[in-house]
Design a protein around this ligand. Sequence first.
Ligand SMILES: Cc1ncc(COP(=O)(O)O)c(C=O)c1O
Length: 436
Amino acid sequence: MGSGQQLYMKAKAIIPGGTQLLSKRPEMFLPDQWPSYYSRAKGVEVWDLDGNKYIDMSYNGVGSCILGAADPDVDAAVKEVIEAGSMSTLNAPEEVELAELLCESHLWAEMVRYARCGGEAMAIAVRIARAKTRRDRVAFCGYHGWHDWYLAANLADDSALDGHLLPGLAPAGVPRGLLGTALPFRYNHLEELKAIASQHRNDLAAIVMEPIRDHDPDPGFLEQVREIASATGAVLILDEITAGFRMITGGAHLLYGMKPDMAVFAKAISNGYPMAAIIGKADVMQAAQLSFISSTYWTERIGPAAALATIRKHKRCDVAKHLVRIGTLVQESWREAARQAGREIEIGGIPPLGHFAFPGGEKQAAKTLFIQMMLERGFLASTAFYATYAHQEYHVRSYRDAFQEVFAQVINALEQETVMKQLKGPVAHAGFGRLT
Ligand SMILES: Cc1ncc(COP(=O)(O)O)c(C=O)c1O
């Protein structure tokens, strides 16, 4: 057993759930075998605790290392503010510079607030929308973090039915009084949003969604969402935490000419350093002053310095173009491997954030075997790929060769029903699961 697995066993005894993020749990990849911890990360290279080196062709800091790990320009800017003092009784001037930069690139926005994490920034946006409208209900589509406003969607009249709308996200601990305040609709299913809007038109505080993630918007979908928000007086909040800065320097909504009332950025803007921004129209943002929204570490200096350096480099180097190109090449290599194996695979996601699924009913076991075989070939890989500026074509080429070989072997194992026999540990968990 590697040092990482040994440490993880210790972690599970002292940290409930083992890690702080569901998507980083080793059980989500390769139970009992995943390297689990890193000693060093640079660009797309990651070293585990035993000194083994891997190329990260998976999540790259779960989407937070858009330029690659330990980017020299961002790290230089961070080191500068560490030297100058990263915290003080006075405020960090970078906050104002960053607000100007964000408003310059999103011309509909006039004011900015900050936080450090995505979920908390979304909670702030929803609080501001509720303060502005003096209403309670929120219509939403997609994933937006762990806070009460969102997990309330998984409360049911009968507690035995809790959790049915968003599978795997358990709402234990969320006050039952929030039942009926978070109302889900599916992307491109305008009729579902319309039904919510007509039932709650006088009590809809916000419509919350990602502008794009898995599917392109149907013609007119985004425009009609905007119209429904305006007609009901609900605040339109776009969650750009993951989709932003992948296809353009700024929110993905800029590609569609969409004008929300607020947009929220987090992990794509600061290359691995905690930072989040809520931008919005002045009349909406001013409602922040009607409520109490305040936290000490929202004032530290590393986050805004990292964001300024990341966004400037993003623009200077046309990082979005690179992410789309690399992501497209990776998706092509998936398609090509499937074609060679004579199989159809489902591929989804915008090019910089692509994912695929193995064919057939044994998807999870097949995925686990795939991860195991890719790890043996020196890749951190899963069924999703988040591109970074540090990925080069030669990384994709060596990944493609390994992928073709492994994909064919997994398909063969599925056909011969030998997947379980070839696995050296248990099958990966599919979603939230209480760890024992
Ligand atoms: C669209 C979206 N919203 C919100 C979040 C939550 O962000 P965080 O994990 O920083 O709290 C995520 C994280 O994956 C996300 O993808």
